[in-house]
Design a protein around this ligand. Structure first.
Ligand code: 5GP
Length: 176
């Protein structure tokens, strides 16, 4: 049976923090004078949310959504289910989806359509990581931390089978 192991560090904690500071400044500029609702996609994006929100200078509120993930597999099934919906109404509010990683784009495409049907004042997307090579549907984040190659990554909130989320760096998971 093959075993997973942490093969290498792709992005260090210092690189991640530096980029999040830049993203926070950009978002603060774009939303100047407005209130913002950050919609965090559980669970992978929680650490990114926690760091990003502290770099945003406009007033923010947070809410959480959970959608079905890959479980123990590393390949997307393409099936998206809402496991936990938002607690608040987003009608007439400026909303920013906070995502950990965009891979095929299927999850975000679904989320974007679902949230847009609730008539927010605006809806944008920030993702820490983007794997553009793997895209199956057309979707582009408004803010992106890093574009990365087609490798399965863990750490900084991202898991494999619920493990590795607490690694401070973003690492590539290998098999042996
Ligand atoms: P998509 O629907 O864009 O294919 O997948 C998005 C979701 O798949 C992410 O929110 C994340 O949960 C999971 N995912 C995609 N690529 C990776 C990866 O490299 N590592 C981990 N840990 N999760 C991934």
């Amino acid at each position: 049976m093959s075993q997973k192991y942490v093969e290498k560090v792709l992005l260090t904690r210092e690189e991640i923090q530096k980029r999040i500071t830049e993203l926070g400044a950009e978002i603060s500029r774009d939303y100047a004078g407005q209130d913002l609702l950050l919609i965090c996609v559980l669970k992978g994006a929680v650490i990114f949310l926690a760091d990003l929100m502290r770099q945003i200078s406009v007033p923010v509120e947070i809410d959480f959504m959970a959608v079905s993930s890959y479980g123990a597999a590393t390949v997307s099934s393409g099936v998206v289910r809402i496991l936990k919906d938002l607690d608040v109404s987003i009608e007439n509010r400026h909303c920013l989806i906070v995502e950990d990683i965009i891979d095929t784009g299927l999850t975000l495409k679904y989320l974007e359509e679902n949230l847009n049907s609730r008539q927010p004042a605006s809806l944008k997307i920030v993702t820490l990581l983007d794997k553009p090579e793997r895209r199956q549907v057309e979707i582009a984040p408004d803010y992106c931390g890093f574009q990365i190659p087609d490798e399965f990554v863990v750490g900084y909130g991202l898991d494999f089978d619920e493990k590795y989320r607490s690694l401070p760096d973003i690492c590539v998971l290998g098999e042996k």
